[in-house]
Write a protein that binds this ligand. Structure first.
Ligand SMILES: Cc1ncc(COP(=O)(O)O)c(C=O)c1O
Length: 641
């Protein structure tokens, strides 16, 4: 069991943020000033928004969006019950009526079909006699809502759209960053972000409103007492003290102290998101194999911000409740939570509108079984392993039947990296349906065999190692070894070792080469011909990162494109050789003119994975021995291509 408590979502603040705050404190300006202005500009650029207004919270942004859109008494706003209370609270505060609409069972986002139904229903059935003026969708947990359908409904009925993007930074829907959208007039779209302490980007407390320049300027006027000139504009050298109050505004401005933190968080945002996505991927890969869990849905057309990882418990497979599950996680030093208690069960809304729990059946049912697991960039791989092991162990101990593993064919975990636009996703492989239960207990015998062979190999081949090392040093004086991060068992990263066969400092470039690639050294050419450059991976085998025969470990970006396939194959350690390695022994000769990465991902890798998956199902110790011999003897696979 863990000795230290694993917190749910601590902030990721480092020295840059601290130094910038200190710099602000030492300056003469600590409230809204130049740093807020810079933060607004840089944030708008980061989410591709036409304009941005920094505020004291997301709640303030939601409130100002409604106020500046002129929504008030007599109006209704359609929103979701599966959310934090702030969106519905501000609807109440402006004197409008919230119309709750049940959620989709998959994403738990507001269901566009039910929005349509609610609008078409009579006002009597909606529990209030107000006129719909806006839709307030929440991109729950960081998964964007079905925006095309919602915008279509808004357009049809002349409604504004106020997106609650508290969780969706950065997120993407059909190639558009959340926050970038400006619908054609007359449908105003405004987007609200949160920088609360637990959020993907924090300023301790804070928020941002994005939208068209006109809408943002209207909200800006409301944000600071309704004054037409802020203090920075009034107190600067040569500026006039004069201002006018043009409306009864609020005090929702962000300070330079907060913006100082935000400016540095913004720079790290994509790194934070990548780590969150990696953790989510590992969680999903592990939990999808058990019938006691339902992993989060990720639609093909979105890029998830992974603010929260919400696992759903299949309660019919467990003899404990969700609350007991959470207690057991806490007892084993792991924080967890529930997002959210649906709006309609909170006393204020329940009593005011007379809601019953089952009025929103999907939200009510899913609320009983959701658990948010720790997810933040400060989590180490060990922390992630601890969560996985503990969650599985609790489920195992409280299963109504013995634990069974399951592989769901065709399940997507995360969309391909946005940096890979041209990949033909039609090449996605149909996974064979696994009837057999994948092994979870590693074969001790197999491991002993691998380690003994690898250690023996290292000892016997040491004169060859010395000769190769000398040749490499003699050739260009550069380093003997080359190592690169690859994805290993259970999607954990490790460094793959090789003899260096390319010119120094080519590690950051594509590892794919063509036969006459100028990056390959003279010695490298010889090593590659006989695959001798791969020999140092015997060390990876001894270290437990690899086995002798298994799917070749790939770069993370390739694994991200084929998550289903690797999820299956990397239940085992990756290997030095396998059937696909033999079949594609000289893959560099298969490339044609044009970008290598694209050819590799769309043509070669899918074929390799198909072969590996077939082999993975049927492999035995003796078939692996055959592959090992063929590799050592330099023979091609009998099943090539
Ligand atoms: C979905 C959602 N909307 C709005 C908010 C409010 O954000 P803030 O605390 O910045 O007002 C939160 C806060 O957690 C939230 O989860």
């Amino acid at each position: 069991m863990r000795k230290e408590y694993l917190p749910f979502s601590p902030p990721c603040i480092s020295e840059e943020e601290i130094a910038e705050v200190v710099d602000t404190l030492r300056s003469d300006w600590i409230t809204t000033g130049p740093k807020v202005k810079r933060f607004e500009e840089e944030f708008a650029a980061a989410v591709d928004a036409p304009a941005a207004l920094a505020l004291s919270s997301c709640t303030a942004a939601l409130h100002l969006a409604l106020v500046s859109l002129g929504i008030g008494p007599g109006d209704a706003v359609l929103t979701t019950p599966m959310t934090f209370c702030s969106g519905v609270n501000v609807i109440e505060q402006v004197g409008a009526c919230p119309i709750l609409v049940d959620v989709e069972p998959g994403t738990l986002n507001i269901d566009p079909a039910k929005v349509k139904e609610a609008i078409n229903n009579s006002s009597a059935q909606l529990n209030c006699s107000y006129r719909p003026k806006a839709i307030l969708p929440v991109h729950l947990y960081g998964h964007p809502c079905e925006m095309d359908s919602l915008l279509e409904i808004a357009q049809e009925h002349g409604l504004a759209v106020v997106e609650d993007a508290a969780h969706a930074l950065p997120a993407n829907y059909k190639g558009r960053t959340i926050g970038s959208h400006v619908a054609p007039s007359p449908i105003p779209v405004m987007t609200c972000f949160s920088f609360y302490a637990t959020k993907n980007l924090t300023t301790a407390e804070g928020g941002m409103l994005t939208g068209s320049p006109e809408a943002v300027e209207e909200a800006r006027a409301w944000s600071l007492h309704g004054m037409n000139r802020d203090a920075w504009k009034r107190y600067g050298a040569g500026n006039s003290w004069y201002y006018e109050v043009t409306r009864p505004g609020f005090k929702y401005n962000m300070t330079d102290l907060q913006a100082a933190i935000g400016l540095h968080q913004l720079v790290k945002l994509h790194g934070f998101r990548a780590r969150r996505a990696e953790i989510a991927r590992r969680y999903s890969a592990a939990f999808s194999r058990f019938e006691q869990f339902q992993i989060p849905v990720v639609r093909d057309e979105v890029e998830h911000a992974w603010h929260l990882y919400v696992l759903r418990l299949n309660l019919d497979r467990l003899n404990i409740s969700r609350n007991q599950f959470i207690e057991k996680l806490g007892a084993r030093m792991i924080a967890s939570s529930v997002h959210f208690i649906p709006i309609h069960v909170h006393p204020y809304y329940r009593d005011k509108y007379g809601y019953l729990p089952q009025d929103f059946p999907v939200a009510h049912r899913e609320y009983q079984r959701i658990v948010s697991l720790p997810l933040h960039p400060r989590m180490s791989d060990q922390d992630v392993d601890d969560v996985i092991e503990t969650v599985i162990d609790i489920a195992h101990k409280h299963d109504v039947r013995p634990t069974r593993l399951r592989v769901v064919p065709g399940m997507r975990i995360d969309p391909p990296d946005a940096g890979f636009p041209d990949v033909n996703m039609e090449k996605r492989i149909d996974l064979p349906a696994f009837s057999a239960t994948p092994r979870i207990i590693p074969s001790i015998f197999r491991r002993a065999f691998d380690v003994t062979c690898a250690a023996l190999g290292l000892a016997l081949l040491s004169p060859l190692f010395v000769a190769i090392a000398t040749a490499i040093r003699f050739d260009d004086g550069g380093p003997v070894f080359f190592s690169q991060p690859r994805v290993g068992k259970d999607l954990r990263k490790f460094r793959l070792l090789k003899f260096r066969s390319m010119v120094p400092n080519s590690g950051g470039m594509s590892p794919l080469t063509v036969p006459d690639d100028s990056r390959i050294t003279r010695v490298g050419r010889f090593l590659r011909k006989y695959k001798l450059d791969e020999l140092p991976q015997l060390v990876n085998v001894v270290r437990g990162e690899m086995q002798l025969v298994g799917v070749r470990p790939e770069l993370e970006r390739y694994v991200e494109i084929f998550p289903n396939e690797y999820e299956v194959l990397l239940q085992d350690r990756p290997g030095i050789t396998d059937l696909a390695t033999l079949a594609f022994r000289h893959e560099e000769q298969m490339f044609q003119a044009g970008p290598l990465e694209k050819q590799y991902v769309s043509q070669i890798l899918p074929r390799k994975l198909k072969l590996s998956l077939k082999y993975f199902q049927a492999r035995t110790f003796f078939s692996d021995l055959g592959i090992l011999f063929r590799t050592v003897l330099g023979l091609k696979s009998p099943a090539a291509h």
